[in-house]
Design a protein. Structure first.
Length: 358
C-alpha cells in the first residue's frame, strides 16, 4: 500500500493512488449509454458486496443528505431516535429540523445500544426508529440486527433507519437479517474513496410509505430517485469521475472478498486495542462492542496535542476526540485500504513518539 500522507483518520480516509487514478478517465455526460452502464454496474456491485436485493439509490452529496431523505420520505409526524453519541444526536436533530416529533432514548456514551433500551418505546404512532450502527464519536459498534428485531416485535409497521456511515464495507451488517428500510453510507469512509457520493439501501416498504408523505423535497425525493434509478440514471448531475473510481474500487473490494475485508478490519481494531491497553488507559467503548473502523482511545495523562504534533512531524495523522469526550479521548481510523501491516507500522511510530513526549 502506498501511504503518501499516512492518514489514519476517521474520514475522509487514505485513498490509494490507483483509485485516485481511476478518476482521470475522460468525462462523459450523464444522459448517455456509457453513463447508464456505469451506473448499472455500480448498483449491481454494491448489491453483491452487501449481499442484498434492496434498491440502492445514489446521490451526489455527503451521507447526511440521505439520512435526511429517509426521514423526509418515511415519516409524517413521529420517530423514535436512539442515541449513544454525537452522530445519534445529529440524526435526532435532522428529524426535528425536518419538522418531525422525536421521542428520544439516550444511552450512555461508550455503551452499545441494546434491545432492552427500547422496551415498550415503539408504540403504534412511531413511524420509524433511527440509530447509528457504528457511533463514530465513541467507537461503539452496536448489534443493529438485535435492535431492528426488537423494533419489529413491538411495531411491525415501524420503519428501521440505520446510519451505516462508518460500518458499511468494514463490518458485516447482515442485511438479510437486519432488513433495514433505509441504510445510509457514503464514499469517504470504508469504501476508501474521496467524499462526494451518498448511498441508501432502501426497502419497498419505505418507497411505498413515501407515496403517502408530503414535502419530500426534490433532491431528497426517493420516488424521483427510484424512477431514474430504474433506468440507471441519476436524478441530478452525478459526480461521474468519482463514480469511475467507485466502479474500480468495487472490483477491488469484491476481489478481496467481503469476509476477508471484515476480518481485516477486525484485526486492525484488535491491534489498536491491545496497544492502548499496554500503553495508555485502554479504549473507550465497553468490551465486546469495539468498532472495527474507529478506535477511540482513552488519553489518560497524555498531552494529545503534543503527541499528535510529534506524530504529524513524522508524517502520520490520526484524529482528535469528538463531542462530549473530545478532551478525554482520541481516535484512530483504520478502514478502507489500510492494512494490519500499516497499523503495526503506525503503532511502532506511536511507541517511539510516546517515549519522546512523556
Ligand atoms: C456515524 C456518522 N454518521 C453520519 C456522518 C455524516 O456523514 P457525512 O459527513 O458524509 O454527511 C458521519 C460523518 O463522520 C458519521 O461518522
Amino acid at each position: 500500500m502506498l501511504l503518501s500522507r499516512k492518514l489514519f483518520t476517521v474520514g475522509p480516509v487514505h485513498v490509494d493512488q490507483e483509485v485516485l487514478g481511476a478518476m482521470t478517465k475522460p468525462m462523459i455526460t450523464h444522459r448517455t449509454k456509457e453513463y447508464k452502464s456505469l451506473h448499472g454496474a455500480i448498483v449491481e456491485k454494491l448489491r453483491k458486496a452487501l449481499d442484498t436485493d434492496l434498491e440502492i439509490l445514489l446521490v451526489g452529496g455527503s451521507a447526511s443528505i440521505l439520512i435526511e431523505g429517509a426521514v423526509r420520505n418515511g415519516v409524517n409526524s413521529k420517530t423514535l431516535g436512539i442515541t449513544n453519541g454525537s452522530f445519534g444526536d445529529r440524526s435526532i436533530e435532522i428529524s426535528e429540523l425536518n419538522g418531525k416529533t422525536v421521542d428520544k432514548v439516550r444511552v450512555d456514551w461508550g455503551r452499545a445500544i441494546r434491545p432492552e433500551h427500547i422496551k415498550g418505546r415503539v408504540g403504534k404512532d412511531v413511524e420509524a426508529v433511527h440509530w447509528v450502527s457504528n457511533e463514530s464519536s465513541t467507537g461503539v459498534l452496536s448489534d443493529s440486527v438485535a435492535i431492528a428485531d426488537e423494533v419489529r416485535l413491538q411495531n411491525p409497521d415501524s420503519l428501521v433507519f440505520v446510519d451505516a456511515v462508518t460500518s458499511a464495507f468494514a463490518s458485516d451488517l447482515n442485511l438479510k437479517k437486519l432488513r433495514p428500510d433505509s441504510l445510509v453510507f457514503g464514499t469517504q469512509k470504508a469504501l476508501a474513496l474521496p467524499p462526494g457520493l451518498a448511498f441508501m439501501a432502501a426497502s419497498e416498504k419505505l418507497l411505498a410509505k413515501a407515496k403517502t408523505v408530503p414535502n419530500r423535497g426534490f433532491y431528497t425525493d426517493l420516488l424521483k430517485l427510484k424512477k431514474q434509478n430504474d433506468d440507471n440514471y441519476a436524478l441530478t448531475t452525478p459526480p461521474v469521475s468519482l463514480m469511475y473510481a467507485l466502479d474500480f474500487q468495487l472490483d477491488r473490494v469484491l476481489k478481496e472478498g467481503m469476509a476477508s475485508r471484515y476480518k481485516r478490519h477486525r484485526e486492525m481494531a484488535d491491534l489498536v486495542k491491545a496497544w492502548a491497553e499496554k500503553n495508555l488507559n485502554g479504549t473507550f467503548p465497553e468490551d465486546g462492542y469495539q468498532s472495527a473502523t474507529i478506535s477511540v482511545l482513552n488519553r489518560g495523562d497524555l498531552d494529545f496535542d503534543k503527541f499528535h504534533a510529534a506524530l504529524k512531524a513524522k508524517g502520520y495523522e490520526i484524529s482528535n476526540g469528538y463531542g462530549e469526550v473530545k478532551d478525554k479521548t482520541f481516535r484512530i481510523g483504520h478502514m478502507g485500504d489500510i492494512t494490519p501491516a500499516a497499523v503495526r507500522e503506525l503503532l511502532k511510530v506511536m511507541d517511539e513518539t510516546l517515549e519522546e513526549v512523556q
